[in-house]
Design a protein around this ligand. Structure first.
Ligand SMILES: Cc1cc2nc3c(=O)[nH]c(=O)nc-3n(C[C@H](O)[C@H](O)[C@H](O)COP(=O)(O)OP(=O)(O)OC[C@H]3O[C@@H](n4cnc5c(N)ncnc54)[C@H](O)[C@@H]3O)c2cc1C
Length: 669
């Protein structure tokens, strides 16, 4: 049998030809739109409009003003979807040419970026300047929320909600007064919501597992009962390490080394003072710690390599050992390090090493998209019906109301800012002008102030006026690429049969898969019976071990933007079939929809003590980069170098305060 015959046979077994949703193999995009909303002609296309890099709704002639416009119901390639990034890349490459026509609009504030930071900036501005303040928010995506995006599925007509990005209200440190205040204004009380609506016992009989794949470990084997670890949600019935390792397809030598790393209390740096231990650990990777300090054999690396992917977007070769200590990774038990946030730790790790933190944790069914929806409800009355932080989950956003002339706040989607400049000298200008691209045309609008809540590394391309040193600093934060894939399945009996709720898959395309996090809130009913349809969450972090974290992130971005949907789909079907097959899962029969939320520009860049210098206070790139420039201020979680929702809010607040401070100064207040 030729390779092609084999591939097509395998594709058939996997169900690649099954009609899950409309598929587009031309440009890596598949789309489903709520059938009731969209003409059949759109649903029927098997390849299509997005081949030219267009948003699928716009390509179908459905604009934001159209009552049928409803992006959360799109499946296929989401996140940085076709049509969202092409104009920005033209600007980056110096190839943006279109001349702009004026819309004649003039605002008190223009916000570039409709993520949590930009929406929060608009909210804080209104709070300070009054409800009559005229605000325009521009975002390049077809939906608002930035990384806080909502995915909808309707298997058999039943609504299932997923988070396209931002998963939960959580942070390594407690929310600031500003961020907490905003949450309170929106009616969000995370501990109370968690106590009332989370379903912590739903999976209580299901274990954590590791899937060993034959390409990496010589045999396909799902081994349930993974011992609980401090950094993971505990599962019952986990096994002692020795018993667990005996079931794994690992050599006796590797099992022995893992057992030693996980359980032995040895001081591998005996005689070294604690401060020096911390310093040395902050300058070596966890991989080097395991190999050179613990002196385990290289055979353990495949077992640990991707354990840092979720948080860092890179493997243990690029994450400092001290960070891993803070995050309760094994091997440090005997080193005698006190749990204090001392030494060169990244932001996330410092939070983890700070005892007695009481951070929030609450997961809305659509993640923090609910926060974005609550912000939009407050900014554009009538667009998000309802009145509280519970009913926001099931309510349907009326996108046609988001950009109406009669509304003081307007939210314009599919609109990429391509140029921002002062009208006159930055020091004395009364206005700034923003040029944006929408469906291949360019428009200009004016604002008395501009908050750039977009990805900070884009700002130097938008804003030629900014001083060179500031541009350099803004360029520094190389965002972390990652993928949140959500797969709708007919039922979850395979998980039940296997006794498993999640699997770490160290050698596979997606490094983890799990049943969706259970929350029933505001009329949303999470599937509680294994016979019901369910969402399976999968995470992929493309990176290239062996290079610096930044180089790996660059390579990962390229990987994401050049991988077609069909490659994702084939890998997803193959992986789910192999991991869950023993429980009766058939990918051809059981998968009903797939959404790949690809984020080439994902987490904000966090300083990594392995690669980054120790900047003096005030001199780190995010601090230099976020300086106010005339009527332009800079928000986004990038401006805090920390990929968290609260930081996005804090930075939105700072940017508005700087702008309004300047306005008051100009008015002699
Ligand atoms: C996959 C993923 C999971 C996460 N999970 C969590 C979590 O569980 N908890 C948590 O607290 N944090 C989490 N984070 C981090 C959190 O989502 C972010 O810190 C926060 O949402 C960032 O908000 P933001 O507004 O600063 O940026 P963004 O959400 O990135 O919003 C910025 C917006 O500006 C747009 N933009 C960029 N350039 C332009 C332009 N030229 N013109 C117009 N618009 C432009 C962008 O496309 C984007 O829509 C996660 C992040 C990712 C990527």
């Amino acid at each position: 049998m030729g390779q092609d015959d084999h591939d097509s046979k395998r594709d058939k077994e996997l169900g690649m030809e099954r009609r899950i949703t409309r598929r587009d193999f031309l440009n890596g995009v598949a789309v489903t739109v709520g059938a009731s909303l969209v003409p059949m002609g759109v649903l029927a296309q098997d390849s299509g409009p997005d081949a030219s890099g267009q948003d699928p709704l716009l390509a179908a002639g459905i604009t934001q003003q159209d009552p049928r416009y409803y992006p959360p119901a799109l499946t296929g390639m989401r996140g940085s979807h076709p049509g969202s990034f092409e104009a920005a890349h033209l600007v980056r490459d110096g190839n943006w040419k279109a001349s702009a026509s004026s819309t004649g609009e003039s605002y008190d504030l223009i916000v570039v970026g409709g993520g949590i930071s930009g929406l929060a900036a608009a909210y804080f501005y209104r709070k300070a300047a009054g409800n009559k303040a005229r605000i325009l928010i521009l975002d390049n995506h077809d939906d608002f929320g930035g990384h806080a995006k909502r995915n909808e599925f309707r298997p058999g007509g039943r609504l299932l909600l997923g988070n396209g990005g931002t998963f939960a209200i959580e942070s390594p440190f407690p929310y600031s007064k500003v961020a907490r205040g905003l949450m309170e204004d929106l009616g969000i009380n995370p501990p109370a919501l968690a106590a009332k609506y989370a379903l912590p016992n739903l999976y209580e009989r299901l274990q954590a597992a590791v899937f060993f794949d034959k390409e990496t470990f010589g045999a396909d084997r799902l081994v349930a009962g993974e011992p609980s670890r401090a950094w993971m949600e505990a599962t019952p019935k986990s096994l002692p390490w020795k018993e667990y390792l005996a079931k794994c397809p690992l050599s006796a030598e590797v099992r022995h080394d893992i057992l030693r790393i996980e359980t032995q209390e040895t001081d591998y740096m005996t005689g070294v003072p604690e401060a020096e231990k911390r310093d040395r650990l902050s300058r070596m990777s966890y991989k080097d710690f395991v190999l050179k300090v613990v002196k385990a054999g290289p055979g353990v690396i495949p077992f640990y390599q991707k354990r840092t992917h979720d948080l860092y977007g890179v493997g243990i070769d690029a994450v400092p050992a001290l960070d891993c200590w803070a995050l309760y990774f094994p091997g440090f038990q005997g080193l005698g390090l006190r749990r204090v946030p001392e030494g060169r730790l990244s932001f996330t790790a410092r939070g983890a090493a700070t005892p007695d933190q009481k951070p929030y944790h609450f997961h809305y069914p659509d993640g923090n998209a609910s926060i974005a929806r609550l912000l939009v409800r407050s900014l554009v009355p009538g667009s998000v019906p309802g009145s509280n932080a519970e009913d926001v989950v099931m309510t349907k956003v009326d996108y046609s109301r988001l950009d109406q002339e009669s509304s003081p706040v307007r939210l314009r989607l599919n609109s990429t800012a391509v140029q921002v400049r002062h009208v006159g000298e930055p020091t004395s200008a009364k206005e700034a002008e923003v040029v944006y691209a929408l469906q291949g045309k360019a428009y200009k609008v004016r604002g008395a102030g501009v908050v750039l809540a977009c990805w900070n590394m884009m700002i130097p391309y938008l804003c030629a006026e900014i001083p060179e040193q500031q541009k350099k600093a803004l360029h520094y934060g190389s965002k972390v690429p990652l993928v949140y894939t959500t797969v709708a399945v007919r039922n979850w009996t395979a998980f039940q049969n296997l006794g498993v709720q999640r699997a770490f898959c160290p050698g596979m395309y997606h490094s983890s898969l799990s049943l969706d996090w259970p929350t029933s809130i505001g009329g949303y009913k999470f599937p509680t019976s294994p016979e019901e349809p369910m969402l399976v969450r999968m995470t992929r972090t493309p990176c290239s071990p062996g290079m610096s974290a930044r180089a790996q992130q660059m390579a990962g971005r390229y990987d994401l933007l050049s991988t077609p949907f069909s490659t994702f789909e084939r890998n997803i079907r193959d992986q789910l079939g192999r991991v869950l097959g023993g429980g009766g899962f058939d990918p051809a029969r059981d998968i009903t929809a797939i959404t790949v939320n690809r984020w080439p520009h994902g987490y904000a860049y966090e300083y990594n003590p392995l690669w980054d210098p120790d900047w003096p206070p005030g001199q780190s790139p995010c601090e230099v980069g976020r300086q106010r420039f005339g009527r332009i201020t800079i928000a986004n979680s990038d401006a805090a170098a920390a990929a968290y929702t609260d930081k996005a809010m804090d930075e939105g607040y700072r940017a508005v305060t700087e702008l309004l401070g300047q306005a008051s100064a100009a008015a002699g207040v």
